[in-house]
Design a protein around this ligand. Structure first.
Ligand code: ATP
Length: 456
């Protein structure tokens, strides 16, 4: 297949559908624009991505705690955060034939080379004239309670971050932490994107994995740097090829109103370099604003030194769906084995939806029972699948496409001498091992360091 630059997103979409990772939402009704449903392997994969995130940012650290805030928040939150007024994208509409709507900044970037470049732009679809831009707020509005009246308006959160800021005081009180410390949260966010697209890269409903890390103001630049490094390493340790990952610092014209420095971690998706995660230094903007709007003191008082200050915030903000897409793209490979094409997901074993598949070769007496026993032992320790349907070639192909690192075949010899064959997804090496050692051997192999093999 060559490197990911040649891979098209369509191939990933096709694999996801073929193997039940991700489907178009409400497909039987013709689908709903840019919303997707995760099927069995997709759920397992995204859960593993989220679990690895929790592991790295909470479990393995002393300075982080978890939070799960509600999606619906008090509407004042969005006044304080600036979203009600400023969370907008410039919308232009085609005045020509197709009447399609576009994000003006994206069209400028595409046609003139920069988001803020001066000059005429035209409809990317039909080259028609475009309307003047209008600012379009991306928040989904709904009503709380039975009557849709003004005053009952609430919003589906467009980011999880605000749930963290409004809980700063609670966490400070109950988690017995002091800056530098952070709060981590994973949850759904909603944005009425003007031009969603590129599969699960930009959707209107998505999951974020966000950290707000509170630090003494003087330490903010140092922590910003540290978090950029930590987050880059997280992706490469989970198998993303370093060549496909880069850090891009925002220019001063690109910075959000709250941010003094932001860098995007970008991934080389099939459609080009695009944001995977933002790491921002938000200063004391959010806590100050919420203190102002709520009347609560949102600061830290150090009893030892007598210092009182509003912490600065470093925010590594990632998308669980975008990360899942990047892991899929980076893992996807097609190679030729003995004259036949093999599609394989060379995904990090820790992310693989299924770790081992048990495949009985023939239904000779005693064999399926022995295979079931082995499967039963394995599934106590790792996600293991049992598959006895179809030719062995077909079963291998299926496991390769869902990225299962190991397959075990149980054959005639198993009954005779108690051995099974262990096949490695990446090397295709087959080793005979005693069936009694299977669990410990799989555990041993899964515990070994893994790095992505060269693409074929
Ligand atoms: P973009 O410029 O791509 O719209 P953003 O800068 O608005 O992204 P942030 O507000 O920084 O994004 O959100 C943090 C992370 O949340 C992003 O890096 C991305 O991984 C994820 N994310 C944001 N919007 C979407 C979306 N519409 N669909 C899927 N993931 C998203």
């Amino acid at each position: 297949m060559g490197d990911s630059k040649e891979l098209t997103l369509d191939e990933i979409v096709a694999l996801c559908k073929r193997r039940g990772f991700i489907f178009q939402s409400s497909e039987i009704y013709g689908g709903l624009g840019s919303t997707y449903d995760y099927g069995h392997y997709g759920v397992l994969l995204k859960n593993n991505v989220k679990a690895e995130w929790w592991r790295a940012v909470v479990q393995e650290r002393d300075d982080m705690v978890a939070l799960d805030a509600a999606i619906l928040m008090h509407p004042r939150t969005w006044e304080a955060s600036g979203h009600l007024e400023g969370f907008t994208d410039p919308l232009v509409q085609c005045l020509g034939d197709c009447k399609r709507r576009w994000r003006e900044d994206h069209v400028r970037e595409e046609q003139l080379g920069a988001e803020d470049a001066e000059g005429e732009i035209v409809c990317p679809n039909c080259s028609g004239e475009l309307s003047d831009p209008m600012q379009f707020n991306l928040m989904f509005k709904t009503h709380m309670g039975p009557v849709a009246e003004s005053g009952s308006e609430v919003y589906l959160r467009p980011e999880t971050a605000q749930g963290i800021f409004v809980n700063f005081k609670n966490v400070l009180q109950f988690a017995r932490k002091k800056p530098p410390f952070g709060i981590a949260q994973i949850g759904k966010s909603f944005r009425n994107e003007i031009t969603p697209g590129n599969f699960i890269f930009r959707t209107r409903e998505f999951e974020q994995m966000e950290i707000e890390f509170f630090v003494p103001p003087a330490e903010a630049p140092e922590w910003h740097q540290k978090w950029m490094e930590d987050r880059m390493s997280w992706y490469t340790e989970l198998g993303i090829r370093p060549d496909n990952l880069r850090l891009r610092e925002h220019g001063s014209d690109e910075l959000s109103h709250y941010s003094s420095a932001t860098s995007d971690i970008e991934y080389l998706f099939p459609m080009g370099w695009s944001e995977l995660e933002g790491v921002a230094n938000r200063g004391d903007y959010d806590l100050t604003k919420h203190a102002e709007f709520s009347g609560e003191k949102l600061e830290y008082f150090d009893q030892q030194s007598g210092d009182r200050y509003v912490p600065y915030v470093i925010e590594p903000s990632a998308g669980a769906d975008r990360a899942t897409l990047a892991f899929l793209v980076d893992a996807y490979d097609v190679e030729e084995v003995e004259g036949r094409e093999r599609t394989v997901l060379r995904i990090h074993p820790r992310l693989a939806p299924v770790k081992v598949a048990v495949l009985p070769l023939v239904s000779k007496e005693g064999m399926p029972e022995r295979a079931r026993e082995i499967h039963q032992q394995l599934r106590q320790v790792v996600p293991a699948e049992f598959d006895e349907g179809g030719s062995i070639g077909k079963r291998y192909r299926r496991q390769d496409e869902i990225g299962t690192p190991y397959c075990l075949t149980i054959d005639g010899q198993t009954i005779e001498d108690g051995t099974v064959t262990l096949r490695d997804r990446d090397t295709l090496e087959q080793t005979r091992i005693p069936a009694d050692d299977v669990v410990s051997e799989i555990e041993r192999r899964l515990g070994e360091p893994w790095s992505p093999p060269a693409r074929s």
